[in-house]
Ligand binder design. Structure first.
Ligand code: 5GP
Length: 194
C-alpha cells in the first residue's frame, strides 16, 4: 500500500536490532485517516473471504483492528496480556515471546467470544519473527474456528515470520513489507508487491 510505505519512509525511525519506530502515526499517536485507508485495503484484499470476526492482540493491534472492522461489519476480539495462566478453563491461553520486550507473556481470550462457528481474520501492527501470530493462530485453532486470513500493517521481510506463515499455507497480506533498513543512514527499502 503506497500510502503506508510513503508514511513509513517519511516518519518511521529505524532503530538498532531490527526495530522500526512508527510512534507518530501508528503505535502511540494514531493517524485515523490512515487507519481508515488501511481498513479499506484489508477489506479489498479479503473481499472473498467469509470473515465474521477479527482477532488482534493488545495494545497496538486494537486501533487498526477496530477501524478495519468497520469495513467488514464484524466484531473485534482482542487477546489480553495476563499476569497469570488461566486455570478454570473458561479462557484459551497461550504464551508469546515478545519481540520488542524480549520476555514471554501469557495471553488469554474468553471462550465466550470465539468458537467453532467463527471464521477469523487476525490483524496486527507488525510481523517480525511471527511469535505473536503463532499464539493467536493457536487460540483460533484450539477454539475450533478457522483462520481465514492474516492482515498485517508492517511486515519486516528480513525477519522470518512472514516466510514461515506463507509456507505453512496461511493467507497473509501485509500492507507494507520492509525488505531492509539501515539504522546508520535511516534508509528503508520495500518489497515491490505490485
Ligand atoms: P513477532 O511476534 O512477529 O516477532 O513480533 C510482532 C510483535 O512485536 C508485534 O505485535 C509488535 O507489537 C512488536 N514488534 C515487532 N517488531 C516491531 C518493530 O520493529 N517495531 C514495533 N514498533 N513493534 C514491533
Amino acid at each position: 500500500m503506497k500510502l503506508l510505505e510513503e508514511r513509513i519512509a517519511r516518519d518511521g525511525v529505524v532503530k538498532a536490532e531490527g526495530v522500526l519506530k512508527v510512534d507518530s502515526f501508528l503505535n502511540h499517536q494514531m493517524d485515523i485517516d490512515l487507519f481508515n485507508e488501511m481498513g479499506a485495503e484489508f477489506k479489498r484484499l479479503f473481499a472473498d473471504a467469509p470473515i465474521n470476526k477479527i482477532l488482534t492482540i493488545e495494545a497496538s493491534g486494537i486501533g487498526i483492528a477496530a477501524i478495519a472492522a468497520q469495513h467488514f461489519g464484524v466484531p473485534v476480539v482482542f487477546a489480553k496480556k495476563s499476569q497469570s495462566i488461566n486455570l478454570d478453563g473458561d479462557m484459551y491461553s497461550t504464551r508469546i515471546q515478545s519481540f520488542t520486550h524480549g520476555k514471554v507473556f501469557n495471553v488469554i481470550v474468553s471462550k465466550k467470544f470465539i468458537g467453532p462457528d467463527d471464521r477469523v481474520l487476525i490483524i496486527d501492527d507488525f510481523l517480525a519473527n511471527g511469535c505473536a501470530l503463532d499464539g493467536l493462530i493457536e487460540i483460533v485453532e484450539s477454539a475450533g474456528a478457522a483462520v481465514e486470513g492474516i492482515g498485517i500493517a508492517i511486515e519486516k521481510g528480513f525477519q522470518p515470520g512472514g516466510k514461515n506463515l506463507r509456507e505453512r499455507g496461511y493467507r497473509l497480506e501485509s500492507l507494507a513489507i520492509v525488505e531492509s533498513m539501515d539504522p546508520g543512514t535511516g534508509t528503508l527499502t520495500f518489497r515491490d508487491q505490485w
